[in-house]
Design a protein around this ligand. Sequence first.
Ligand code: SAM
Length: 345
Amino acid sequence: MNIADKLVREHRLTETEYAELIRSYEDKNLSKYLADEAVRIRKEVYGDAVYVRGLIEFTNICRNDCFYCGIRKSNPHAERYRLTKEEILDCCGSGYQLGYRTFVLQGGEDGYYTDDRLADIVRTIKARYPDCALTLSVGERSFESYRLLREAGADRYLLRHETADAKHYRRLHPPELSLENRMRCLRDLRRLGYQVGAGFMVGSPYQTAECLAEDLVFLQEFQPEMVGIGPFIPHHDTEFANEPAGSVELTLFLLSVIRIMLPHVLLPATTALGTLSPVGRERGMLAGANVVMPNLSPVKNRKQYELYDNKICTGEEAAECRGCLANRMKSVGFTLVTDRGDYKP
Ligand code: SAM
């Protein structure tokens, strides 16, 4: 039995097998085979539904200095902003009208958002929209902080592990950030009953097939409910400004592998994928993804949440974004739905 067949039958491989599979990603027959299997599996679990998450980028102020990120603290050119509670609630209001039943609050690690302030926002959103799920993506915090936010009503948490290889992690982050703490956070979130999302960038500097194989083995063991992967894209004000962007083809290949490995996973076709290819998100669906995350942030702030260069969807109003995505999904046979889009165990 070859490796691809083994993955389809057993939904798991060894690290060596993943590395070998990844090294063959340019083989068109192989990627087509895996994409077809991924779409078949995705349809068995989730049908043709595409779940929508309204993404509210509520602060670009960050205490961290991740080498790849445009909003890292040492970028003096980033124009900083922070939304008020009212602005965040306005975003939810327009999202709700458009049929979104999940809101994602994402931001830099901004000290202004203490546990009390953030819990108050979570509580208010959940009281106003009790039929909606609320996802947080606000980085590394203490167990106690995650506990308070969970008690306030947060349902899900996105925290990409970024890379499961400790050496690679150190080449992407300053010494005060560690893979160990990132993993501690993911375990804490799991213990507290969040639906948890992990993930990584494809093609980040120094990444090898072996690093990616470690990422896949980590996902296979951790079994997250959500996985966020997207290509690395350089940002002109970071030390990785001259590094090449990640490959769209490899990202699509990995989406298929992850869908086959974790049939029930909620898997977005990310904005970064749409940034590198005009039909990246549609191709993501055809590779096994089933989630899109349109931008719900105020138009005046969208360009300021610049993690990487040339980010798409920074000029459109929320309603245009929804219409555009609905058409894009329809063009490849999928339907945007009004649903919380919870994990189906
Ligand atoms: N601060 C939170 C955290 O650390 O999880 C959430 C915000 S952070 C900006 C969200 C994600 O953006 C990161 O997990 C990272 O994978 C991604 N990202 C940052 N810079 C990027 C780049 N240059 N290209 C692609 N993705 C990037």
